[in-house]
Design a binder for this molecule. Structure first.
Ligand code: PAF
Length: 282
């Protein structure tokens, strides 16, 4: 079935007039199999499935890839049709930010927005939370599905929903990987064939780290670091182990944790993460 494409707030309201329970997958387009899996997960969670396709300028910093970011609306609509999406909201910038982006009211991500990705990209999460809050206000979803690849983004969206008492159930979906292990991302299209091969070190490092979980945090970090150090084309920005809410853990920590890595391969910044259970045997 072809989805209804809403370009404006008014078209969106009309398309959602009798929507019943709304499930929502926000995206920036350039849809790949990871997005398709989010849609498949979201489909049975609502009567109406809405996907937004909007390259949000406020989450890109100066010198980042806003202009180069892939825009593939026709192909994206085919993915949405295949996955049984009812409504695609594909607004332009003025429709989302009618007062412009300069001097606008924004959502402050708090301290969690300033670490890890936020340390490298200081305005990023303000832009993400502002657009997600705006999209929630426009789409009014009952449930929204986000990928775990952007794990800090997911954690911050959960915090925003809790702290601002937004009435949306936020569901995380595990990372979807290529056969070689690379986490699917719209930015993978920037990688040359050689860079793509080098990028496989990220998921290999996480797997090597997770294998050491029973020994403890330091062993996890060492095993992952050894793999990354042996990959010359991978320039690591951070490699950390945190609790599931991105809090610090020490080497005595026991239980569910997360290993997160960010690295540059060529000019492309890649993220990956993996759950790990620390110090608890099988
Ligand atoms: O994860 C993304 O694609 C974007 O950050 C999101 C959540 C659609 C906001 O622009």
């Amino acid at each position: 079935m072809t989805p209804v494409v809403a370009r404006t707030r008014a078209e969106l309201r009309a398309a959602l007039a009798d929507a019943g329970r709304v499930a929502f997958v926000p995206t920036m387009g350039a849809l790949h199999d990871g997005h398709a899996r989010l849609m498949r997960h979201a489909r049975p969670l609502g009567d109406t499935l809405v996907v937004s396709i909007f390259v949000n300028p406020t989450q890109f910093g100066p010198g980042e890839d806003l202009e180069a970011y892939p825009r593939t609306l026709d192909a994206d609509l085919r993915v949405c049709a295949r996955e049984g999406v009812d409504v695609v909201f594909a607004p332009d910038v003025a429709e989302v930010y009618p007062g412009g982006t300069d001097g606008a009211v924004t959502v402050d991500p708090g301290p969690l927005g300033r670490v890890l990705e936020g340390a490298a990209r200081p305005t990023h999460f303000r832009g993400v939370l502002t657009v997600v809050a705006t999209l929630f206000a426009l789409v009014r979803p009952d449930v929204a599905v986000f990928g775990e690849k952007d794990f800090q983004q997911l954690a911050l969206i959960r915090r925003m929903v809790r702290d601002l008492a937004l009435d949306v159930d936020v569901v995380g979906h595990p990372i979807v990987r290529e056969a070689g292990g690379l986490a699917l991302s719209s930015r993978n299209t920037y990688l040359s064939a050689d860079e793509h091969a080098e990028a496989l070190a990220l998921s290999r490092a996480l797997a090597a780290g997770a294998d050491q979980g029973v020994v403890g945090r330091d062993a996890v970090l060492k095993a992952a670091r050894d793999v990354l150090d042996a990959a010359p084309g991978v320039d690591v920005d951070y490699l950390v182990v945190t609790d599931p809410f991105l809090g610090d853990v020490d080497d005595r920590f026991e239980g569910e944790a997360r290993i997160l890595v960010a690295a540059r391969v060529g000019t492309t910044r890649l993220l990956d993460n993996q759950p790990v259970v620390l110090r608890k045997g099988p």
